[in-house]
Ligand binder design. Sequence first.
Ligand SMILES: Cc1cc2nc3c(=O)[nH]c(=O)nc-3n(C[C@H](O)[C@H](O)[C@H](O)COP(=O)(O)O)c2cc1C
Length: 379
Amino acid sequence: MLRSALLRVSNPIYTEYMRPVIFRSSAQKAHERMMHLLRWADYQAWLDTLFGVGQALTLPNQPITTGGVTLNRPFMLAAGLVKGDGFTSEDAALAAVQSGHNIIPGWRSVPRLIGLVEYGSFTRWPRVGNPGTVVWRDVPTQSTQNRVGLRNPGVKASAVFLGARIAHLPDQFGINIAISPGVDDPDQQTEEVLTGLRAFIEAGVYPTWFTLNLSCPNTEDDPSGNQTADQTRQLCHAAVNDLREARLVVGRQIPLWVKVGPTLSVEQYRALMGVFAETGVRAVIATNTLPAPTPDDPTITAGVAGGRLHDHALETAAILMQERTKHDYPVDVIGCGGVSDCQTYQNFRNLGVETVQYWSALIYRGPFVAALIMDEVSR
Ligand SMILES: Cc1cc2nc3c(=O)[nH]c(=O)nc-3n(C[C@H](O)[C@H](O)[C@H](O)COP(=O)(O)O)c2cc1C
C-alpha cells in the first residue's frame, strides 16, 4: 500500500538522518531551535501545502467517538508543544499580537503536519516559565523531562491571536487551560478557568474539546492541591455549566476533559472519577508527567514523560477504567504517557482505552509517529 510504502521511506529519513543531527545538541538547544523553525514554518504557504499533502497521504481517517466528540483518529499530540511564548504581562502579550508577532509557534504548521493537537496549557495571565535548562532527554528509555513551568502568553492574548486566524485553524483541535501556579483560593481558581474558557469563545475560537489541566508538576506550586475532590467539583461544575450556556453562541456543546497527574492515591482517583461523572466531565486524560529529580541537579524536580512514565500512566488509566466500568460512568479515559509504538498503544487498548495522546514519541520517532503507529496496528 502507498501509505505503508511512504512511511517506510520517510521513517528512516527521520531516525537515521535527522534525529542523530538533532540529538547532537542538548534537548534544550534542540527545543529552542524547533520553536524558531515552527515560528517560521507557520507562514510558509508552500510548507502548508506540502504538510497537507503529506498528512493526507500518510495519516488515515479512523473516526472514533470519545469524550463527547467524534475525532478523526485516536491519536492526538498532547499539550505542551504548541503553547506559545512567555510574556511578563498581558499588555506585552497583546502588544505582540497587535504588532503581528507569531506568539504561538506551530499553531498552523504542527496540526497541518501531524494531525490532532491540543494547544496550551494556557493560564489566566502570561507566564515566562522557569529560567535556565528546562528540557532534557533520556535516550535509552526514550523519555523526556521538563520543567518549562507553564510558559505561555496567557488566555487573552492567545485567544485574540488564534481568533484572528480562525480560517487557518485545523478542523479539530483541543485547548488546554491550567490554573496559575500559586492560586489556591477555590473561587479565584474557578474565576481563572471561566475567564480562560470565555476568552476563547468570545474570540470565536471554538475548540473540539477543552481540557482543564488539574496537574502542573513543573511549577513551584503544589500540584496535588488542584486535584482534591472538593476543589475539582467546584471547578468542573462551573466550567461544564459555562460551556452549556455557551452552546447558543457556539452552536454545539464543547465537552470538558480534565487531565490528571500520575501520583495520586487509588482513593483519590476513585473520588475524582465520581466527581467527573457527577459534574458532566466527558473524558479524563491519564496522565501528565511524573515529578523526578533533574539530571543536572537532584534538588530540582521536573516532569518525566515517555518510556519512564508509561507504566505509571497505565496504572492510573487502569484504576480510572475500573472505576468507570464499576459505576458505568459516562467518562472516557484517554491514555497519555509513553505511547510510542504499536505495543505501547496496545498496552492502553488492553485496558479498554482506545484514544491516546503522545508527546515524547514525537522526539524519538518523528512527526509521522501517529501514522507509523496506525500503520503498525493495521499490520
Ligand atoms: C516540554 C513539555 C512541555 C509540556 N507542557 C505541558 C503543558 O503545558 N500542559 C500539559 O497539560 N502537559 C504538558 N506536558 C505533558 C504532556 O502533555 C504529556 O502529558 C506528557 O509528556 C506525557 O506524554 P508522553 O509520555 O507521550 O510524553 C508537557 C510535556 C513536555 C515534554
